[in-house]
Design a protein around this ligand. Structure first.
Ligand SMILES: Nc1ncnc2c1ncn2[C@@H]1O[C@H](COP(=O)(O)OP(=O)(O)OP(=O)(O)O)[C@@H](O)[C@H]1O
Length: 756
């Protein structure tokens, strides 16, 4: 809708007013910051003076003065931090104070209130809201409502009224670049503008163009758990991070960044998303990966296979003799049946734990085994195994203490009688050592009874696997229990801990009560949720029972064919219906229409989602006789796309091995980096990266390296290829040698440029 000159003038005047107020507050804040700094220097000076006069005789008084000074310094430090943060906020406001406006006439009022919406609130001393934070209750209408009747929820209840105007702005460096009105949703024009740009940086905020369905996820607090399913590029990660910002704003008195944890697929991704919250004026929540948590919790006693090592094995060892054995093992350990086996085993351990022996000192039974059993099965029965054993140990130590003391006295007396040259202290020390030695068998017995070795416990499960799997495994399936048992025991014996064995171990550690408390965590965000197994969800639940969970994933992007959630139904028992809301995002924003249509055909099933109407080049598929030809073409294409102005180019290979080869070829010919490990940092520009590490990331140009039938040669890898192709924003180019993988045949049509 056209905006008149008069209206432009009014808008410019308003912007001036807002900027003037922001400048005033910034100056005021700077002055305050300076004052706090000076006060801090003064406190430090006072402290040094006092230290100069430290004297023994001043006693407690001087200590009290010191403590007071230290407290004052602490307060000054945090006030200084606070003013620094405010300064950053005002500086941001001065560049772009708001991006939207809506005029709202509340029922019963005559005039509309002009509500300007920006990254943060700007409120005058007279309590006039010049700008509303995008997370304020009233701002929800900006994302949710159209012109006409509208309402929003706030602590006082539901406020009804009418929206009479919705306006969008682009303000850059304190100047309005453009503005326009739209009566409906946030206009596709702005989205087109934002999405059409080239990107060379980490993930950005989407606050100016959050869509209605996304807003519903961001602000949803009705349910304890949210499961969000959305296609590639539908904004799941963006939504997750904006939700964190929303929660930090809404519950700022009770929720701090350290009360929220996000589980990301790897450290590259963690790095990639790390700018979003700071751009929104918030500190980052605790970012981790399941692998990191698992590896820290399991300790360093055994060598653990990493996730990438397992992926490389799955993708690159098909010709090995042991391949099928290993795959069966992975499948079995990721199955729902195996969870039930583990559960049976845990209840067996709790009921049948029979290691208790009498505690005997000097041929006398001090604590009979039946008393210890009673502690275990009755007194401490409600506690998890590890805690029970710890309590029993403490109890035994307490009960044997008098006997030990008596023994020490006896020995001490004997020594006194035989050697009078020793002084009392030496005598006691020596006697204690003698008794400790005499009691070695007792301590060994206590240790035997009360310590458990997790690996031994896990081995024990496989030694008696038939016992716990009875009736749970459908024997007509391909699972050969005897084979699994043999394979697992062989590997554990050899000190090999495969990735698929680590989650079961962690699960056992957790249920047996040997994991630290995480009760300070109030919200858990699980991104790329499709790639966790049902057992890993059991572990999440164990760890964060009382926390609110937001689980975001895309079942079509399960990069590991054997280790994934399968279906959200598989975790329905963990997240019961009454506590859980499932939301489906239906629109994809990342790729051009041509790429989105191509990738949805690659899925080989009817597309259930839409994509943004943004047009670009057709996807290109180019065939060569061998990889050397592909490499040469890659060099040319990288230069070509760089010249066209694309800033991020991802050369996506199937495996790390392939990525290394391609990188070695390219590195002397063009400016290129490689991301090869899951704990690498995110690098922008031109990068070579294996498919499974590229998940979650995006590139202006995605160049898929060798989709020949010898590479992507089985149906199980369809979703991996899909995930790789969906990384493209503007250009998708697929190279292959020999024959094209059959997985792509359905995807090729008139809209694809096919060169062979
Ligand atoms: N409302 C929006 N406005 C502007 N850009 C958006 C919006 N929603 C998503 N995007 C953009 O779409 C791209 C994909 O977003 P994001 O990575 O969050 O999606 P995703 O669903 O997590 O993707 P994937 O599952 O493929 O990893 C990003 O560039 C993001 O900025």
């Amino acid at each position: 809708m056209h905006i008149s000159e008069a209206e432009w003038r009014i808008e410019k005047e308003w912007l001036e007013k807002v900027l003037k107020e922001a400048r005033r507050q910034l100056d005021e804040n700077r002055a305050l910051k300076e004052r706090i700094k000076q006060d801090g220097i003064e406190t430090q000076r006072e402290m040094w003076q006092d230290i100069g006069s430290v004297a023994k005789d001043n006693g407690l008084d001087q200590l009290v003065d010191f403590m007071q000074l230290i407290n004052t310094m602490k307060i000054q430090k945090s006030s200084h931090e606070f003013t620094k943060k405010l300064e950053e906020k005002y500086e941001k406001i001065l560049l772009s104070p708001y991006f939207g406006r809506m005029d709202f006439v509340e029922d019963g009022e005559e005039n509309a209130e002009k509500c300007y919406i920006g990254i943060s609130n700007l409120i005058t001393e007279d309590y006039e809201f010049l700008v509303y934070d995008w997370r304020a209750p009233i701002s929800s209408m900006y994302y949710e409502r159209e012109i006409g009747d509208a309402s929003y929820e706030c602590p006082e209840g539901t406020i009804h009224g009418k929206l009479t105007l919705k306006r969008h702005y682009k303000i850059y460096n304190g100047k309005i670049e453009y503005m326009f009105d739209s009566s409906l949703k946030i206009d596709d024009e702005i989205l087109q503008d934002i999405l059409g740009r080239s990107t060379d940086s980490k993930m950005k905020t989407i606050v100016t163009t959050i869509q209605r369905e996304q807003n519903r996820v961001i602000r949803n607090e009705e349910y304890k758990n949210l499961i969000v399913q959305g296609p590639a590029g539908s904004g799941k990660t963006s939504v997750a991070l904006h939700r964190v910002a929303y929660l930090l704003y809404k519950h700022r008195d009770t929720i701090k960044p350290e009360n929220i944890v996000i589980f990301s697929p790897n450290d590259i991704f963690n790095d990639y998303i790390s700018n979003v919250l700071p751009e929104l004026g918030e500190e980052n929540m605790f970012q981790t990966t399941f692998k990191e948590y698992m590896h820290t919790s399991l300790g360093n006693a055994v060598t653990k296979e990493s996730y990438s090592e397992m992926m490389e094995y799955i993708l690159d060892s098909k010709n090995k003799k042991t391949y099928q054995r290993r795959i069966n093992n992975i499948k079995f350990k990721s199955s729902v049946e195996f969870i039930n086996i583990l559960k049976r085993y845990v209840s067996y351990l709790e009921k049948e734990y029979s290691r208790f022996t009498d505690i005997i000192i000097k041929d006398k039974i001090i604590i009979p085994s039946k008393d210890i059993e009673e502690l275990f099965y009755k007194d401490y029965a409600q506690l998890p195994l590890k805690r029970r054993l710890q309590k029993i140990k403490n109890r035994i130590l307490y009960l044997i203490e008098p006997y030990e003391k008596e023994l020490v006295e006896e020995v001490s007396k004997e020594m006194n009688d035989s050697d009078s040259s020793m002084n009392q202290a030496e005598n006691m020390k020596h006697s204690a050592a003698v008794v400790r030695n005499k009691m070695k068998d007792v301590y060994d017995a206590i240790h035997q009874m009360t310590e458990f070795d997790l690996i031994e416990i896990y081995k024990n499960l496989f030694e008696k696997l038939e016992l716990f799997s009875e009736g749970l495994i459908n024997h007509s399936t391909e699972i050969n229990l005897e084979e699994i048992k043999k394979y697992t025991l062989e590997n554990l014996q050899a000190g090999v801990l495969y990735y698929e064995d680590q989650s079961p171990l962690l699960y056992l550690k957790g249920v047996l009560g040997d994991l630290p408390e995480t009760s300070n965590i109030k919200y858990v965000i699980i991104d790329e949720a499709q790639d966790y197994t049902p057992l890993q969800y059991e572990i999440f639940y164990q760890l964060f029972k009382s926390a609110n969970m937001t689980i975001l994933g895309d079942l079509n992007q399960s990069i590991n064919p054997y280790m994934n959630v399968g279906d959200y139904e598989n975790i329905a028992h963990i997240f019961p219906k009454e506590d859980t809301c499932r939301i489906d995002l239906t629109k994809s924003y990342r790729s051009t229409m041509e790429i989105a249509r191509f990738t949805s055909r690659l899925l080989n099933k009817e597309a259930t989602h839409e994509w943004i109407e943004r047009s670009g080049d057709k996807p290109i598929i180019i065939g060569y006789s061998d990889e050397e030809e592909i490499n040469k073409r890659l060099v040319e294409d990288i230069e070509k796309y760089k010249e066209k102005g694309y800033k991020s180019i991802g050369i996506i290979t199937r495996t790390v091995k392939e990525a290394k080869e391609v990188y070695n070829f390219l590195k002397d010919k063009t400016n290129v980096h490689a991301i090869l490990k899951d704990d690498d940092e995110y690098i922008s520009g031109t990068v070579v990266i294996p498919s499974y590490l590229a998940k979650g990331l995006e590139f202006d140009v995605a160049l898929i390296y060798n989709a020949g039938d010898e590479h992507y040669n089985c149906e199980e890898e369809r979703l991996l290829l899909y995930t790789a192709c969906t990384r493209a924003l503007h250009v998708l180019c697929i190279y292959y040698s020999g024959e094209l993988t059959p997985l792509l045949r359905e995807a090729v049509d008139m809209e694809t440029v096919f060169l062979s």
